[in-house]
Design a protein around this ligand. Sequence first.
Ligand code: NAP
Length: 243
Amino acid sequence: MSKVAFITGATRGIGKQIAITLAKQGYQIALNYRKENEELEKVKKEIEENEVECFTVKGDVSIFEDCEKMVKQILEKFEKIDVLVNNAGITKDMLLMRMKQEDFEQVIDVNLVGTFNVTKNVMNHMLKARSGKIINISSVVGVIGNAGQTNYAASKAGIIGFTKSLAKEVASRGILVNAVAPGFIETSMTEILKEEIKEEITKNIPLKRIGTSQEVANVVKFLASEDSSYITGQVIQVDGGMA
Ligand code: NAP
């Protein structure tokens, strides 16, 4: 049976592109969404054009019980999960002086605790299977920091520590754990920024342009494949040279 990939937060942006890219490689797709929206059916259809199944599972990654339920549903459907992509993420940007504790905690809860919640539930299955690939979506901001993003940077740096530690814990069981740290990528997360801010950011990118979701998905495709069989505990930056 073909491989199964579970991607969180995959109804738009980078997650959607990862799901479509893996579907083109022949993976069966388990796609997580948080709330029903008109995009969901469109993405499912686009994935299924590649003659693979797209099984959608509803859940909020920051809620442990939701993750437990989603993994159970996927295993009932496909009987395995070969690749997990922890992609769901949010921002809540502001300077520390204005940031309330709940603004900090909300971002940590979705980005970092969410990564823990999903991984913890998938791990039992991968340990039994003695194989699996976990790919965590971090950010260049978790590597170099960014004013106005203390909450987000802390969550994304946390994902890097989590990735490196887990890679060492489960390597002997045939499970590979890596992170991808995108730079500035054109999605709904970044389109809210003002044009002049985007121009300023672009000036500081050595490749002088904003990246695409496909450029991130290409690296995820590589990490999910057999071509990366001797790579674990790494952070691959897809940032046009920013870091
Ligand atoms: P996006 O367009 O805002 O999409 C984020 C996705 O995550 C959406 O599908 C969203 O679902 C989902 N999500 C948010 N909170 C969730 C939760 N609690 N449970 C389940 N799903 C949830 O963002 P993106 O730019 O594609 O970002 C994808 C990942 O890449 C994130 O981890 C982000 O931090 C990282 N990243 C992005 C950039 C960039 O420049 N865009 C750079 C570096 C890293 P809803 O539709 O329900 O909100």
